[in-house]
Design a protein around this ligand. Structure first.
Ligand code: AMP
Length: 539
């Protein structure tokens, strides 16, 4: 028997027109270093219509890719709406990639137009000659365009275009946006989001992040990576005030923006929040307008969650996801009925799958493992906003019976809480047994002298691999390998205790601000670290 329900399409156009009609006066505030620029949803909607007319004049057809190389600002939001709603595909480019990687991605996607921030023109100019599919370039704001060649200015083009645009009816399954993986596991691959997947993901974000119209939402996560966790679309659907930090993503300007505009909610990776915490504590900056912050992208140390609660009065909530999962996959709220003493243990797990997403861990032979909190396996995910393939490449090794193989390794407990212990590429296998780098890093981060720690596996004559701990100490703090080993003692298995230690000023990061473990291993192998050896591997 069929249902009696209507078959309306779930499209970004429906989100866009809803936001424009219901929340015309809601604000979009872009930080400009010292002051904010104020816009409204009504203005963004009008300019999105004008932008769509500009792109149509440039020959953009349904399905064509239009790329953005841009920071978090109002114009980027206009592109987020105009491009998918005209039936084209928004391709956000990661501005931290090397010129070669960028050229590869633009060519792979076959981008027809690139919208670039004035401040990023040199990056584009350096590869412009190698982008044969790009017919037009639009420059937002000021910048040195002398080496760029033909281009139009965003503001002038938009001002000259009509504001009415006859938004087409779209198929909810059609491509709306695309983003490339950051390539930590092989070449970057294109993930293509549909209107439907983005729409459903908005519902996931709405529920999981507990958002509503009253929220003043600071978007620290870059709009060039995984649609800024889908937050712009969810915020627009709900009418939240959007606070966009533009290129001012360092702790100092972020804290200034927060004190000027009083956000209530934000999201970001642990490294950004660690920097903000240190800056706020050192300068006594008041960040207390923020009530909740979502943190993910890499494991969130328990000490960071505690410090946010105790020193800033902010509830820091861990979430897990990846480019392929749109990205929201799971979120770590404690289960109901948990006593305050136990709460932190649950909050520092990776979390439970949000409604719509299914997770499982599987053994090397592909068999699903029990949810016993002990059986370690590769995490697999399935759901309406999880990718089922990659753009233009066959990658059968990344899928298993309709599930995405995430490349993360972990355990799931009887209540469905996931704990990621490693990336499969980063696991440390010592004498045939796994050592969790995530757990070692978490415990090390709890030492009062430690600002940040990364643990990677390095070759060992006897055990095949042993952990190397690379540690950044807090300014002025002192601690040596003996002290840190003693600190780990009793908190992790004895045979996990690293014998190799290096103390560094900072840890190398990937283009999206995660610890670059591949590079840390490489630097170790190339003898770039001063390594201190203490103790012996215990068995
Ligand atoms: P990306 O596709 O660049 O966003 O990276 C996704 C990867 O980030 C995941 O596969 C995980 O390895 C890692 N990641 C994201 N969130 C978490 C988390 N809460 N804990 C541990 N790793 C995470």
């Amino acid at each position: 028997m069929k249902s009696t329900m209507q078959a309306t399409e779930l499209t970004i156009t429906s989100l866009m027109t809803r936001g424009a009609k219901l929340f015309a006066a809601s604000e979009v505030i872009t930080w400009q270093g010292e002051r904010a620029r104020h816009g409204t949803y009504a203005e963004v909607y009008t300019r999105a219509g004008r932008l769509a007319n500009v792109l149509r004049r440039m020959g953009v057809e349904p399905g064509d890719r239009v790329a953005t190389l841009a920071w978090n600002n109002q114009e980027h939001l206009e592109a987020y709406l105009a491009i998918p709603c005209m039936g084209a595909v928004l391709h956000t480019l990661n501005l931290r990639l090397t010129p070669q990687q960028l050229a590869h991605i633009v060519n792979d996607a076959g981008d027809k137009v690139i919208i670039v921030d004035g401040s990023l023109v040199p990056l584009l100019a350096a590869i412009r000659a190698h982008l044969p599919t790009v017919m037009h370039v639009i420059v937002v704001g000021e910048g040195d365009t002398s080496a760029l060649g033909d281009h139009e200015k965003y503001d002038e083009a938009v001002a000259a275009a009509p504001e009415e645009y006859d938004w087409p009816e779209l198929d909810e399954w059609s491509a709306a946006a695309m983003c490339y993986t950051t390539g930590t596991t092989g070449d970057p691959k294109g993930v293509v989001y549909s209107h439907r997947s983005i729409w459903l993901h908005c519902f996931g974000v709405w529920g999981a992040f507990h958002l509503d119209e009253s929220e003043r939402l600071l978007m620290i996560v870059p709009m060039f990576h995984v649609n800024a966790w889908g937050i712009p679309y969810a915020a627009w659907m709900l009418g939240c005030t959007l606070l966009l930090p533009d290129r001012f993503l360092q702790p100092e300007p972020l804290c200034a923006f927060i004190q000027a505009e009083h956000p209530t909610f934000t999201g970001g990776v642990p490294s950004i929040f660690t920097g903000m915490l240190q800056h706020a504590v050192a300068t006594k900056a008041d960040l207390s307008s923020i009530k909740r912050a979502i943190c993910g992208g890499s494991a969130v140390p328990r000490t960071l969650i505690e410090a946010f609660r105790d020193q800033l009065g902010i509830e820091l909530i861990q979430a897990w996801g990846m480019t392929e999962t749109s990205p929201l996959g799971c979120i770590a709220f404690p289960p109901a009925g948990i006593s305050p003493d136990e709460e932190m243990a649950w909050r520092s797990k990776t979390g439970r799958a949000v409604p719509g997403v299914e997770l499982r861990v599987v053994a090397e032979d592909g068999a699903a493992l029990p949810w016993d909190g002990q059986s370690v396996g590769e995490l697999e995910a399935r759901g309406p906003w999880i990718t089922g393939s990659y753009y233009g490449v066959e990658a059968p090794e990344r899928f298993h019976d309709g599930w995405l193989r995430t490349g993360d390794v972990g355990v799931i407990d009887s209540r469905g809480y996931l704990q990621i212990t490693d990336r499969s590429k980063d696991v440390i296998k010592s004498g045939g047994e796994w050592i969790s780098s995530v757990e070692l890093e978490n415990v090390l981060a709890a030492h009062p002298a430690v600002a940040e720690a990364a643990v990677v596996g390095v070759a060992d004559a006897k055990w095949e691999e042993r952990p190397l701990a690379a540690v950044v100490l807090k300014p002025g703090a002192e601690a040596g390998p003996d002290e840190l080993r003693t600190f780990l003692h009793g908190k992790v298995a004895r045979w996990w205790l690293p014998e190799r230690w290096t103390f560094v000023e900072e840890l190398p990061k990937t283009s999206v601000g995660k610890q670059d473990k591949k590079l840390i291993r490489q630097m170790y192998n190339d003898g770039k670290f001063e390594v201190q050896e203490v103790g012996k591997a215990a068995r």
